[in-house]
Design a protein around this ligand. Structure first.
Ligand SMILES: [Zn+2]
Length: 523
């Protein structure tokens, strides 16, 4: 599909609401400066996308309203992500794999050839996450590395100034918000110095602030040459304190939740607990974070040093998840089940408990070896199935205990089926797809799920609890004791696609692929 109007139609426009009334007055006064900082970050990302790209984007945005403008506003360029990023408009430029991060036309092969010509130190700086590679005749490889904070200094200076202005506004809320003020200032410094690590560490340490801000170069997806250059992105969130309090109840109930996981003889669970989970509403996004499909959850930072010494944060974006559920998940559930009791609250709890469940169950075997090493390439699929099944099991057996809200088995099952099919539609061939198939086929074998003659799925709650605890026990047993060959045999048996399943997924064609967010801070 490469007709721009049809591509856009796959993404349902969705206003993202958020309650700003509970924010302290200084924080509310800081929002316009933070929005300007993020708008500034957009300019950096547009420049990273390629030479001349920002000017082309501006020309389209200044043009008449219509498909091209909407397309650029959502995808930040003419490239169609549903068809491998080919241009969706005649005459639009092809995407250069090196974007604006390498000399124009540089191929992966040519870059690695040039790298092989230079001493180790220069090779490291040319491969740096935070440096642009430029042509410079007369140097050993004809290339130099220009650090981002120098290359984009003209754009980063004003962003840092906006962040400092925001810090000044937050300071009026008093000493309780001193850690947030400190973080905003550190973030401003990082843009100018290129020292992202200490700002990221401060972000991980920041707890219980009324807003969350992520801003800087993070993911490396735009680098089609060597996959090492980070793209600038930014997201501003309001923290949902009420949902945060509910999370604390779950954190306090963790020992009880852990005890609900089978731990076969001699196996040990991980010690040290969980990464902090934060529940937020997205207010505004910029740069790579606002290009195309919007993340509903993320885990940052990626820097191994910060993860090893300070840790990381798991952020769950509630209003994005809610929009995805209402525009995609709920319609899928109705299409698959006919009459469906799927609801957002049980769906959200399931996603949250999936993350919690990754930290529960076997982490080490009786001989001391870590489970992921023992299962090798089959670990990810088994572990993802375990996290899903663990979440389902906890919702069923711990309802009303250990901080877990209580939903009917019918709501739990229908919401779970909605999530399962939403996820299966994205593909069945990587680890998440295999995990989904294992679950689907296990529940089919146990009589929880079955196909009606008209192709509708029948979901029977009577057998759900036993089937879920049986699957969890089997997955924990595989993690604690199976050989890689046994895990492979299990996946070969359960990670299969029946013609009925294929046909049911094909019938979801008319339901949007995802959402196109409308931000509450926009305009
Ligand atoms: Zn997972």
């Amino acid at each position: 599909m490469n007709d721009p109007a049809s591509v856009l139609a796959r993404f349902a426009p969705s206003p993202l609401g958020a309650d700003l009334s509970r924010l302290p007055s200084g924080v509310r006064a800081a929002l316009p400066a933070l929005k300007r900082a993020l708008d500034g970050l957009d300019r950096v990302f547009l420049e990273q996308l390629g030479p001349g790209h920002a000017a082309r984007y501006d020309a389209v945005m200044a043009g008449p309203p219509g498909v091209e403008r909407d397309f650029y506003a959502f995808f930040l360029g003419p490239w169609n992500p549903l068809e491998g990023d080919i241009p969706a408009f005649p005459g639009a430029p092809e995407k250069d794999p090196g974007a604006g991060l390498y000399p124009k036309g540089m191929s992966a092969k040519e870059f690695s050839r040039r790298l092989s010509l230079v001493p180790e130190e220069l090779r490291l700086s040319l491969s740096d996450h935070y440096a642009v590679v430029e042509e410079r005749p007369g140097t050993p490889a004809g290339l130099v590395a220009v650090p981002y904070h120098e290359r984009y200094a003209h754009l980063l200076g004003p962003i840092a100034a906006e962040l400092r202005a925001a810090a000044d506004a937050v300071r009026t809320d008093g000493p309780d918000l001193a850690p947030l003020v400190h973080y905003l200032e550190k973030r401003a410094d990082s843009l100018l110095s290129g020292d992202y690590r200490s700002a990221d560490a401060d972000w991980v340490r920041l707890r219980d602030a009324p807003i969350e801000l992520v801003l800087g170069p993070y993911e490396v997806y735009i680098d089609g040459v060597a996959g090492t250059k980070a793209a600038y992105e930014g997201m501003l969130f309001a923290v949902d304190a009420e949902k945060g309090a509910a999370l604390r109840d779950i954190e306090r109930g963790l020992p009880e939740l852990a005890a609900a996981f089978p731990l076969p003889d001699g196996a040990r669970s991980a010690v040290g607990g969980l990464a902090p989970i934060v529940v937020v509403d997205l207010l505004y996004a910029a740069g790579e974070a606002r290009q195309g499909v919007m993340a509903a959850a993320f885990n940052l930072p990626n820097d191994p040093w910060v993860r090893g010494t300070v840790g990381w944060k798991q952020v769950m974006i509630r209003n994005v998840m809610e929009a995805k559920f209402s525009k995609v998940g709920a319609p899928i559930s109705r299409a698959i089940l006919g009459d469906s009791s799927a609801g957002f609250e049980p769906f959200f709890l399931f996603v949250l408990l999936h993350e919690v469940s990754h930290g529960l169950g076997p982490a080490y075997r009786a001989d001391g070896s870590p489970v992921d090493q023992a299962l090798g390439p089959h670990y990810t699929a088994i572990e993802e199935a375990k996290a899903d099944t663990g979440a389902l099991h906890l919702m069923l057996v711990k309802a009303g205990h250990a901080g877990i809200p209580s939903y009917s088995e019918r709501e739990i099952l229908d919401s779970y089926v909605a999530g399962l099919f939403r996820s299966m539609r994205f593909g069945l061939h990587e680890a998440h797809g295999a995990a989904n198939l294992v679950e689907f086929n296990w529940f089919s074998e146990k009589g929880v799920l079955s196909w009606d003659p008209d192709g509708r799925l029948r979901a029977d709650v009577a057998k759900l609890k036993d089937a879920a605890s049986g699957l969890l026990e089997e997955l924990c047993r595989l993690e604690a004791a199976a050989s890689p060959a046994e895990a492979e045999a299990f996946l070969a048996r359960y990670a299969t696609v029946s013609p009925e399943l294929e046909a049911a997924i094909a019938r979801l064609e008319g339901i949007p692929t995802d959402i196109r967010p409308v931000f509450s801070l926009a305009g």
